[in-house]
Design a protein around this ligand. Structure first.
Ligand SMILES: *[C@@H]1O[C@H](CO)[C@@H](O)[C@H](O)[C@H]1NC(C)=O
Length: 169
């Protein structure tokens, strides 16, 4: 069930690649450029763009990792001075980064559902409600953010807490 819904919602997300995106798209492009171009001690002090890096370090490291894949799509997006830079490949790369890291969310849903007692509600209804969450899909795959990945980390933590404290119905 989780695999099927993940594949179906990923198809919807792929269809949303050319959709409208907000300034958060440029915010994340700039953070790719910042973490790629500057030594770590300058990450939090660079003010080339008004969208300074203001997420916690784990997220900065995440952007740093992504910035190693970005050149395969379009290396210009990593240029710190090209503010508001975009291209078809930049959009494709940034959109795909959200779609792929959403697999962490699917993993979190899987682990949480597995930690609960088996029933139709937990095996079918809960995964559909979580994975096909329209609000989450809109904010991540239209507006442009990485909430799915972050919720995934939260769900994985909850799943381990459920495992430690025994299964709940
Ligand atoms: C980038 O875009 C923002 C908002 O869309 C705008 O306010 C800003 O002036 C632009 N900056 C440059 C350098 O084009």
């Amino acid at each position: 069930m989780i695999a099927t819904v993940t594949i179906l919602t990923s198809c919807v997300k792929l269809l949303l690649i050319p959709a409208y995106y907000s300034t958060d798209f440029e915010v994340h492009r700039n953070w790719l450029a910042v973490t790629h171009s500057l030594p770590i001690k300058k990450w939090y002090f660079d003010e080339t763009s008004p969208w300074t890096l203001d997420y916690p370090p784990l997220f900065a490291w995440f952007e740093y990792l992504l910035s190693h894949v970005a050149p395969f799509f379009d290396k210009n997006m990593l240029d710190l001075h090209r503010l508001n830079y975009t291209s078809d490949n930049t959009v494709l790369f940034q959109r795909l980064s959200v779609i792929i890291t959403d697999l962490i969310y699917s993993l979190g849903v899987y682990l949480c559902c597995s930690a609960l007692k088996k029933s139709w509600k937990k095996d079918v209804v809960l995964p559909i409600l979580l994975l096909a969450n329209c609000g989450l899909i809109m904010v991540d795959h239209i507006h442009f953010q990485y909430n799915g990945m972050l919720y995934g980390i939260l769900l994985i933590s909850i799943a381990y807490m459920l495992q430690v404290s025994g299964s709940y119905s």
